[in-house]
Design a protein. Sequence first.
Length: 297
Amino acid sequence: MRLSDRARHHNLVTVELIPDRVVPSDLALLKGRVDAITVPALRNGHNDPSYPKSFQVTPQHRSLAAASIINRAGITAVPSLTCRDCRRSDLSTISNQVEDGLGNVLIVYGDPYREPRPGTYEFSTTNELIRGISLVNGGCDPCIGAVTNQHSNDRESEVSRTISRVDAGADFIVTNVAFDSESVLAHRDSLLEAGLNVPLFIQVSIPISLDNVLFVGQKFDIPVPVQVRKKLSEDPVGGSLAVAADAYEALRGEANGIHFSYLYRHRNPIPTYLHLLETVGIESPTLAPIIASAVRT
């Protein structure tokens, strides 16, 4: 399923998942509840159960391999690729998986390291990587997603960069983390005014605690609204789901889809996702009617 095609007619719900953090059989719990699962491109560590540090595997191969597991479980998988560590030789692997049925990929920035940047950067820009994926598949490229950062200090430049990614071949756009509507809707409006004509997904993240969200916010320059801090401080147990549920309710009709992510990546997020989906009344989004009008595309 090409996410961009379906998102033009239905509001979608997707989640981020690291398969080696879950029991494979748990994937079945998400089937029919979410429209797709994205897989981040992460480096393998010493304690990685699937790819120990002694194995030379790139983040791209790790994400692509995980996507195969998800696809075999009968759920649409969206592996992530990043300019950091993605080599031109990886494009043939992507092409092979497209021939085997891979329908979607997500291009992300890569970690915001200071100079000198560690890792290999054979693709200097996101646009170059997008074009590379399109060219290697001879016109039968997968549906390509790209990221936009509504928290950028220079919104005008970020809007321009986002539109250039669409011009390069991106079929849908995913925002950075949003905890409320105020932090993202002005950026959405700017994108639309600039001519955005592909589906937009707003990323809603589930924090595990106040310390967790403050750490992530500081590391990635993501502002944490006062009301979010207050809710997590007053209700450490139920506040995290309440924050995500409130954001979903405020944003679900404002874009073509909501993408849920979990800020604590060392824990199996599926129980939390299921609890959140039940809280906001999502039983089977793939069969549900359109819950709100989509962004104009």
